[in-house]
Design a protein around this ligand. Sequence first.
Ligand SMILES: [Zn+2]
Length: 65
Amino acid sequence: MKYKKRYLVNIRTKIIHDTLNIKPRCKVNMMKQDNALFCDTLQEALEYPNKITPKTSKCPFCFAI
Ligand SMILES: [Zn+2]
């Protein structure tokens, strides 16, 4: 998969990935193209699908410190 923007949201699992820090355990290559949403900012990804009831969470692998 080609990363068009830094943050990649799987809209089916609602998991946000940081494409600059992808780990094998993220399994982003298993994600269907139809489920992929790219965001420029983490804020935008965290507010998916909207600010009032965001459904997303950060991937524990690529966001691990
Ligand atoms: Zn990840």
